[in-house]
Design a protein around this ligand. Structure first.
Ligand SMILES: NC(=O)C1=CN([C@@H]2O[C@H](COP(=O)(O)OP(=O)(O)OC[C@H]3O[C@@H](n4cnc5c(N)ncnc54)[C@H](OP(=O)(O)O)[C@@H]3O)[C@@H](O)[C@H]2O)C=CC1
Ligand SMILES: Nc1nc(=O)c2c([nH]1)NC[C@@H]1CN(c3ccc(C(=O)N[C@@H](CCC(=O)O)C(=O)O)cc3)C=[N+]21
Length: 287
């Protein structure tokens, strides 16, 4: 039976520290860190995440600004909102919830955010910083996965990590962080031949696909550590249930350690978002 890596507990510890650091920041600068969340459209899952983010922000003493826009909002309108947030000195972090409706240019919006306020770490300059090992704002979900790995395994040097999925928001930055931590990294995706064979060689498997229960016990080397990033809503006997990309029930029997869904990477993402907001607020102070 695998060790369950408790993202709820781990994220609570991070949030406690952020709360202390926010108090210190307020005392030093006389400023309250602020996070703006922009949500376009009515996607129910996105609304849940945004609500969670706002709640956590309040808990750690970060002020939040919510912008809810209709799904048919124009690119110009969205651009002008981002521009306004860039110039608002009370806003230190800006998150535009993705994906955006198809008529909007996601890359353009992300690159319109002031890189110092880019708490998602999606701006081209922050992507370049991560790729070249320079300081910058690091994407929250991959950072959450790394913390879980390091707390569970300690030093990751020499470990073989297989990352399933190559998106800009999870897979690629995850691979960059693992590489930085001296792992040997294999990236697999929808065009990869024999994913199961590659995964079976891994000491660490990161699943970031968006396909319910794709990863089964046959893919996992006994004792390996499994980080399940997937968040998939499925219907079980008419009730909505969240499952990951990993078939938890079978994989738990072979893995050495595994993250659950819910209660795994999700809460870590939100904790890191708060940490990034404070980091961004510091970056914007003169000294
Ligand atoms: N816990 C959290 O905080 C977060 C969770 N998520 C969740 O993580 C999951 C991934 O998100 P995201 O990266 O944005 O998703 P994307 O849809 O952007 O990317 C999915 C990736 O998986 C690959 N893929 C699809 N099907 C297969 C397959 N059968 N075998 C191997 N690879 C496959 C795709 O390959 P290709 O490139 O070839 O198309 C792609 O690279 C989702 O469930 C999402 O909800 C996302 C963000 C935060
Ligand atoms: N610009 C941008 N940044 C993001 O970071 C971003 C995004 N867009 N779009 C959507 C994805 C998804 N995401 C999650 C965050 C927290 C949970 C989370 O806390 N999940 C809880 C369960 C929540 C529930 O019950 O639905 C858990 O796993 O325990 C999940 C998913 C951030 N994302």
């Amino acid at each position: 039976m695998a060790q369950i890596i408790d993202g709820k507990k781990m994220s609570a510890k991070i949030l406690e520290q952020v709360s202390v650091d926010v108090d210190e920041f307020k005392e030093r600068y006389g400023i309250t860190p602020g996070l703006a969340v922009v949500l376009v459209g009515e996607d129910p899952a996105s609304q849940v995440y945004v609500r969670n983010k706002v709640r956590r922000a309040t808990e750690v003493g970060i002020r939040s600004f919510e912008h809810r826009l209709a799904a048919n909002v124009s690119q110009e309108k969205l651009d002008s909102i981002v521009d306004e947030l860039n110039r608002n000195p009370e806003v230190h972090g800006i998150l535009v919830q993705l994906p955006l409706p198809a008529n909007l240019d996601e890359d353009k919006i992300v690159d319109a955010i002031d890189p110092k306020k880019d708490v998602d770490g999606f701006h081209s300059l922050n992507v370049a910083a991560l790729a070249t090992g320079k300081p910058g704002l690091v994407p929250c979900t991959p950072q959450g996965g790394m913390t879980m790995l390091q707390e569970t395994l300690g030093d990751l040097t020499g470990k073989h990590a297989v990352v399933i999925g190559r998106s800009n928001i999870v897979g690629k930055p995850m691979a960059a962080l693992l590489l930085q931590a001296n792992c040997t990294v294999t990236m697999v995706h929808s065009r990869t031949r024999d994913i199961a064979m590659l995964c079976r060689q891994a000491d660490i498997v990161i699943a970031a696909v968006g396909s319910p229960k794709l990863v089964t016990a046959e893919w996992i080397k006994p004792g390996a550590t499994v980080i399940d990033v997937g968040i998939n809503a499925i219907s079980v006997e008419g009730a909505r249930k969240l499952v990951g990309d990993v078939d938890f029930a079978t994989v738990e029997a072979v893995a050495g350690a595994i993250t659950p869904v819910p209660g795994g990477v999700g809460p870590m993402t939100i904790a890191n978002l708060m940490q990034n907001t404070l980091k961004a607020a510091r970056l914007q102070q003169p000294d």
